[in-house]
Design a protein around this ligand. Structure first.
Ligand SMILES: C[S@@+](CC[C@H](N)C(=O)[O-])C[C@H]1O[C@@H](n2cnc3c(N)ncnc32)[C@H](O)[C@@H]1O
Length: 244
């Protein structure tokens, strides 16, 4: 039942301590007990994922790398266009979530989608270059997020696209044209999410905009399940690596 499934997820998010001496162990400690119920709750928690997918191209015979891809729920967003792509690497460090992704791909007959246990800061596709790299609510969970962005930009072919959707907060004094969040918002959300080792940052978006040409940026607010009155900020960013 949906209610009991939600309670199980909330237990893992709010009560159960996250243990482990490495980043991978901590991720598995957090996700291991909730992998099978992950998708339903995250559909209501993680907004903007479908829109990000709609805004990205599906290059014929292209290579797409989804960093921190989890259960592969976003791969459903390709619809029939999944057949256009040569390879989709779903990169993650949580074996439990990758198992859900592997079962999904097998059931769907998506032989070009490959669950890959690897660190987003280091993974490179065997083709050498990628046409599209995505981070869907994963940058905030990657401690070396700047290394993950550097790695993604390095593997993109010139003219390739990087797509990101995630929670964030603005800087106190954002660049002109970017949204500004109040003191309460900037103080609340980093502390709120830190319990789950999720770190909304004022610096992800400015760093992405330094590395890539901005093709699209949407800055939004959304409600969290079971949290009344207040909203949390998230953004959708599509950037293009300059052609040399
Ligand atoms: C909030 S989940 C999002 C999953 C999925 N992208 C989605 O939109 O449903 C964040 C994911 O990032 C993964 N992750 C965190 N750090 C990582 C790293 N360094 N390398 C690869 N994956 C990582 C986690 O295991 C988790 O699956």
């Amino acid at each position: 039942m949906a209610f009991f499934s939600d309670m199980k997820i909330l237990y893992h998010m709010l009560v159960k301590p996250v243990r482990g001496s490495s980043h991978a162990e901590r991720l598995e400690s957090f996700y291991g007990g909730q992998a099978q119920s992950y998708d339903d709750f995250r559909k209501r928690l993680l907004k903007g994922r479908e829109e990000l997918w709609e805004r990205l191209p599906r290059p014929q015979d292209g290579v797409w790398v989804d960093m921190g891809g989890g259960t592969g729920a976003n791969i459903e967003n390709f619809g029939d266009s999944i057949d256009l792509l040569k390879k989709i690497y779903l990169v993650d460090l949580s074996a439990s979530l990758l198992k859900v992704a592997a079962d999904r791909f097998e059931k769907r007959g998506w032989t070009n989608a490959v669950p890959t246990e690897a660190d987003a800061t280091k993974f490179r596709p065997e083709e050498g270059q990628a046409d599209v790299v995505t981070f869907s609510y994963s940058l905030t969970m990657i401690p070396d997020w700047f290394a993950a962005i550097d790695n993604a930009v390095a593997m993109l072919r010139p003219g390739g696209y990087l797509g990101v959707v995630d929670f964030y907060i603005s800087r106190k004094f954002p660049e002109s044209g970017l949204k500004k969040h109040g003191t309460f918002c900037r103080g609340l959300w980093p502390n709120w999410f830190a319990t789950d080792n999720v770190f909304p940052s004022p610096d992800h978006l400015p760093y992405l905009r330094r590395q890539l040409e901005t093709v699209y940026l949407g800055e939004h607010m959304t409600r969290l399940p079971y949290v009344p009155f207040i909203k949390t900020p998230y953004y959708i960013f599509v950037g293009q690596k300059p052609a040399v």
